[in-house]
Design a protein around this ligand. Structure first.
Ligand code: TEU
Length: 562
């Protein structure tokens, strides 16, 4: 049998540096801020820290637009600070995973600057195309294909100097690299190797399944009434995906050096993920799926609202558990810097239920098989930002959407309601470390306002609550480290259609764990006759242990059945 990789029992903590802790009073979190909080992170019990981008960047997309892969942005600190961070993490037994953003660079990257010249040897490093035949360059409809950008508008920007267009699947300041060009791939692998030499233990690969596109770039299917095409087969999961990942693996020594990898994969199915994460031929350690994050989305944009139907989420995660169970590996997440806070999105962030709901969502996620991710602030049950005015937002996706939607005639209140639930800024409000001014995040003016509830929902308060959300995360993480059945046990979903209860078992030979959670703000009665026999079971987490026939609102219990 294949031996398990070192991260099989690991839990990852994601840090979004800009919002974590500001040491120099400029309102933006930085590396020294992170260094000052390493004991806090280690105390949670996590094994790996994933750091969102800290590279030199004009910050059009908060660092996901990189101008120099080899420099630390002065906003965050220096290479010396980075070295101190690596040492501080490693001394505490923590590994460091860096964000790798190589589907695109910033338009201010030297590669792109050079590429703008049609005679440059770097011209082919990006996707340059002439105007559509029969159209005057730079006029409406002249874009080389009908593709839309994820951040609104066309995916093509016109460059007047050369009379051609370049492709940008995200903002126009994020031109897509041309991975068909072997020079691009070699430059990326060499850069990755240098980061491994600087001590990093792995990579979180941003939108990695967009690097291979179907050539030649051509019009995609357009849904009626939609100005642009987002046809998956054109822009994602192209025919060379596996080849590129295998080439990267060999060039960077990902297997040989046991590097941790997770590929962020938009529009990727469980069946495709199984190929990428195959135990026998791993191309990636795991992938981030988006399927479960789109279940509360209407047919149009992600800002169109639709309440979650719990059975959809349970069965979707169960499907991934089954598909990747024996032959692949799952990542487990409800939050990151792009997603709203789970307690507001799927739970209940009222003062009455916030703590119980945050704990229930943590329990169900952490008891699945795979690698759980905790996004900064999730461990204290942080809520959505609660912004009501467009002026409060900073995120490019949110601002573009507001401009486009209101221009198209959608009422402002409707747009703001969508943003209040789905904007990425919901997850980006600064961490309140205490109840003081600006939550102790900064002594200056924070780049994004803190949550209005920061005086009650903050780290200091969380540390004092022995039965709070953070203490609960600590127990969940410790349980995963202790119990092999949580790391490796088979997953079986019970009562899939129940609209309130989330019930499943994990089984490894004679050991079984049962999770019974009431994912609602009402009492729930449990059909005990449909559950395993609990007479000799040990209650590991939650509840009083007494009557399991009725669960309190947001009560989640974990039993060990031997
Ligand atoms: O995100 C990829 C992505 O497609 C979405 O999550 C995106 O954030 C948006 O919600 C689409 O509606 C990754 C990064 O995580 C994100 O922060 C970057 O903005 C994006 O890639 C571009 O690098």
């Amino acid at each position: 049998p294949l031996s398990d990789p070192w991260w099989s029992d690991a839990v990852v903590y994601q840090i979004y540096p800009r919002s974590f802790c500001d040491s120099n009073g400029d309102g933006v979190g930085d590396l020294q801020g992170i260094i000052s909080k390493l004991d806090y992170v280690a105390d949670l019990g996590v094994d790996v820290v994933w750091l969102s981008p800290i590279y030199a960047s004009p910050q059009d997309d908060n660092g996901y637009d990189i101008a120099d892969y080899e420099e630390i942005d002065p906003l965050f600190g220096t290479m010396g600070d980075f070295e101190e961070l690596v040492a501080g993490l490693h001394r505490r037994g923590l590994k460091l995973v860096m964000d790798l953003v190589v589907n695109h660079t910033s338009d201010e990257h030297a590669w792109f600057q050079s590429s703008r010249d049609p005679q440059s040897p770097k011209r082919e490093w990006y996707h340059w195309r002439p105007a559509r035949e029969g159209f005057e360059p730079g006029t409406p409809g002249a874009e080389p294909t009908n593709w839309g950008s994820f951040f609104g508008g066309s995916a093509w920007a016109y460059d007047e100097a050369s009379g051609e267009y370049y492709l940008h699947l995200f903002s126009r300041k994020q031109p897509d690299l041309n991975w068909e060009n072997p020079e691009v791939r070699e430059a990326v692998y060499a850069m990755m190797n240098r980061w491994v030499e600087r001590g990093v233990d792995g990579f979180r690969m941003d939108v990695i399944n967009l690097i291979s596109k179907t050539m030649p770039l051509a019009d995609g299917h357009q849904r009626p009434g939609e100005p642009y095409s987002f046809e998956v087969e054109r822009v994602a999961n192209g025919p060379r995906m596996v080849e590129f990942l295998e080439e990267m693996n060999a060039a960077v020594g990902i297997d040989a050096r046991q590097l941790f990898t997770v590929g962020e994969m938009v529009m990727c199915t469980a069946e495709q993920a199984r190929i990428y994460t195959s135990r026998a031929h791993p191309r990636l350690g795991m992938v981030f799926t988006f399927e479960h994050m789109s279940l509360d989305q209407g047919p149009g944009s992600k800002f169109e609202l639709k309440p979650l139907h719990l059975p959809d989420l349970k069965t979707n995660l169960a499907h991934w558990q089954e598909q990747l169970g024996e032959e692949g590996w799952n990542s487990l997440y409800f939050e990151n810097h792009d997603q709203p806070r789970v307690v507001s999105r799927f739970g209940d962030d009222s003062p009455e239920h916030r703590v119980a709901a945050a704990k229930a969502w943590a329990t169900v996620l952490h008891l699945h098989r795979g690698t759980p991710y905790v996004y900064q602030g999730q461990e204290i049950g942080m809520t959505n930002a609660g912004f009501t005015r467009i002026k409060q937002y900073r995120d490019i996706e949110s601002l573009n959407y507001f401009a486009d939607a209101t221009a198209a005639g959608v009422p402002e209140q409707t747009v703001l309601a969508g943003l209040a639930l789905k904007s990425r800024d919901n997850a980006r409000t600064p961490i309140p470390w205490g109840a003081g001014p600006q939550g102790g995040f900064t002594r200056g003016t924070p780049w994004l306002p803190l949550n209005a509830n920061a005086d009650t929902v903050n780290v200091q308060a969380a540390l004092a609550a022995s039965d709070g959300v953070r203490a609960h995360y600590q127990r969940l993480i410790a349980l995963r480290h202790e119990l092999e059945v949580i790391q490796k046990g088979r997953f079986d979903l019970l009562l899939p259609e129940d609209p309130k209860l989330w019930v499943f078992t994990r089984t490894l030979t004679s050991e079984q764990v049962l999770v019974v959670a009431n994912m609602s703000a009402h009492l729930a009665s449990v059909p005990v006759q449909q559950l395993p026999d609990l007479r000799d079971a040990e209650l590991l987490l939650g509840g009083s242990g007494a009557d399991i026939q009725t669960l309190e609102p947001w009560e989640a219990r974990v039993y060990l059945v031997r």
